[in-house]
Design a protein around this ligand. Structure first.
Ligand code: CU
Length: 637
């Protein structure tokens, strides 16, 4: 990723700077020159191989040089084999080329798009469509849902395509017209339909679900709101490093995770204090709760199965973000290894955030008030029918918030007109419906609270027993429990104990002698409702607990394992934490699971207004008093 200009590789200043377009070209060329890339080779991903944590910290401490490396996942379409590669850009050499047996890497955008044509042109599909009164196939949309793993699939690199049809021209919302009960297995390597299931004709709902101004007359009673920053912004950007207020961090972007925050630090009294080494979406899954044939296998791991970063929208000024915007391009690689730039993929800007703090001394009638501001770093991805906005917010009171904004179009189905779905919400009188589902996210938080040695504590609030110490029965207090090992650190939220977690420094102490800490405060959480033996529960084991803690390991990045596509399950967090490694007074990584429980509403149709879900990281004794006291009063006050 580069802001505007390409940097020559020789002037790279920081080891976490993303690969430039030129470095991506060089890495692909080195693999080609080494004879690793054949006519059937497709790059699933190619980007910076992030240096080990110690190397980054050493570089930041004393400028120690760090070799520049690229990492690639390559699929050979001729034999279906997957390879992982490491390329040293510093030494101009391929240093690792390894066949990873028995895995399916992510479905690429190229394959997703090809699926439309393959399905639409298949004679069996056309026959099934004719049985439903569809005789024109140009508008047929086949969304390449991941095949999952149920033990009964045909062999191959599979997707399980579900079909909708645009009946009102190319701009029609095809999701208003689901072809229920038609399930099409496509082998992406063979490029053909390998299995067709038709569970019976349900009339295709005909009512339109269009949403543009061509179909919806805009209201006329809105006056403009103008955001102006006549003296410019309060942040500085150097390469991919951002400084704002007391915060300093680096912006990263990967094909798999999208936006990544690196080395988040807070300058306090002239000292730079680390908070997070790396924060990223580690995985997500959307388990649908409808056991009907079309919907029972719907669950998408949008990071591990689709590389959600590759689906980032190019953001446009004044539309997605408002104000004085600084954009970063995402520089990824296309399947042939050529640089693929998503312009303006990441948006950086400041937002007014209303009241920061206030007190009126009612005796003197003097008021002190401060308005708050937040720094926003975000990207938005389109994954088939849905949009996910991933927003990191940094605040002046030392808090960090992660907010996922869910919008777009619900995945739909159809029931016979006059009936109601048992596992979803009817959306119109043609039988269109949206099944119940969840969106479950796991974020990997490599904390370094005042250094790399941390412990995680669970904070519960308990009611005191009755007795002489609690004569009026009003007593309650917090109890902190250290989570010592991986198995004991698999935790769930508890409303009954107002539970949250703290990541405490093992060394640093605050003014009252307590460990400095950051808390993880749940905002919105979900528990799984699929049965324990369900395939998706095995494959997305991270759903079982809201909190997981592991000791830092460079190769543990993805909550459901490196290759969840068509994987039988059990990989990632459940496997690693079964070792029950110690997680006290060590370099801990916290994996936090949260999500949106989506009971579809009529109001979510045809494009759902944004639903928010996320969490807050809040300083708890990290500062000796409010860090927001010195924010100046508003100028006009
Ligand atoms: Cu939803």
């Amino acid at each position: 990723m580069t802001a505007t200009e390409e940097r020559p590789s020789t002037t790279v200043t920081h080891p976490l700077e993303p690969l430039s377009a030129e470095e991506i070209r060089r890495a692909a060329a080195l693999l080609r020159d080494a004879g690793r890339i054949g006519p059937g080779s497709r790059f699933i991903s190619l980007g910076l191989r992030e240096p080990a944590k110690e190397a980054v910290l050493a570089h930041d401490a004393d400028g120690t040089a760090v070799p520049r490396e690229a990492a690639a996942v390559v699929l050979d379409r001729t034999d279906g084999r997957t390879y992982e590669a490491t390329v040293s850009l510093s030494d101009s050499a391929v240093t690792r080329w390894e066949h990873i047996p028995g895995v399916q890497p992510q479905v690429t955008a190229e394959e997703f798009i090809a699926c439309d044509e393959i399905v639409r042109n298949d004679p069996g599909v056309q026959e099934a469509l004719r049985a439903r009164g569809i005789t024109e196939f140009d508008g047929v949309m086949a969304d390449a849902w991941s095949a999952g793993h149920y033990g009964d699939e045909v062999e191959g690199r599979l997707v399980r395509a579900l079909v909708w049809v645009k009946i009102g021209g190319p701009d029609d919302n095809g999701y208003a017209h689901p072809v229920e009960n038609l399930v099409v297995y496509v082998d992406l390597l063979a490029g053909r339909v390998v299995k067709l299931e038709d569970h019976g004709v349900v009339p295709v709902p005909q009512q339109p679900g269009n949403y543009t101004t061509a179909d919806v007359e805009p209201r006329t009673d809105l006056k403009p709101v103008s955001i102006t920053q006549p003296e410019g912004v309060s942040f500085e950007v150097d390469g991919h490093e951002v400084r704002w207020q007391r915060w300093r961090f680096r912006v990263g972007f990967t094909a798999r995770e999208g936006l990544v925050l690196h080395t988040v630090r807070y300058t306090d009294g002239g000292r730079e204090r680390p908070v997070l080494h790396r924060a990223s979406l580690s995985e997500m899954v959307v388990p649908y709760g409808d056991p009907a044939p079309t919907h029972r296998r719907k669950n998408a791991f949008d990071a591990g199965e689709y590389n959600i970063g590759t689906m980032a929208n190019p953001l446009e000024l004044g539309c997605d973000c408002l104000g004085e915007i600084r954009y970063f391009d995402a520089v990824l690689a296309d399947p042939s290894g050529e640089p693929l730039t998503i312009p303006n993929a990441v948006c950086l800007h400041e937002e007014d955030h209303g009241l920061l703090w206030k007190h009126t001394d009612f005796r003197t009638e003097k008021a002190e008030v401060r308005r708050g501001r937040r720094l926003v770093v975000s990207f938005i991805a389109t994954v088939g029918n849905y949009e996910y906005g991933f927003f990191w917010y940094l605040y002046q009171d030392g808090s960090i918030e992660f907010d996922v904004k869910l919008t777009g179009i619900m995945s739909t189905g159809a029931v016979p007109p006059g009936t109601r779905p048992t596992h979803g919400q009817l959306l119109n009188t043609d039988g269109l419906y949206a099944p119940i589902h969840q969106h479950v996210f796991n974020v990997r938080l490599d904390f370094d609270v005042d250094g790399t040695t941390n412990s995680v504590y669970e904070i519960d609030t308990v009611t005191d027993p009755e007795g002489p110490e609690n004569p009026l029965g009003n007593g309650y207090r917090t109890v902190a429990t250290r989570l010592d090992s991986e198995l004991s650190a698999r935790r769930r939220v508890s409303l009954d104990s107002a539970r949250y977690w703290e990541v405490r420094s093992s060394e640093a102490r605050n003014a009252v002698g307590e460990p400095t800490a950051y808390a993880i405060k749940p905002h919105g959480t979900v528990v799984p409702f699929v049965r324990p033996e369900a395939s998706v529960m095995r494959r997305a084991g991270f759903m079982a607990h809201h909190l997981w803690v592991t000791p830092y390991a460079e190769d543990e990045r993805h909550a459901a394992g490196d290759y969840p596509n068509q994987h039988p399950g059990g990989d990632g967090l459940p496997r690693w934490t079964a070792a029950d490694r110690s997680v006290s007074d060590t370099d801990v990584v916290v994996w936090y699971t949260f999500g949106s429980h989506h009971v579809a509403r009529l109001e979510d149709w045809p494009v759902m207004p944004v639903q928010h879900v996320g969490f807050l990281l809040q300083p708890v004794g990290f500062f000796d008093r409010s860090p927001a006291l010195d924010v100046p009063p508003p100028r006009h006050c």
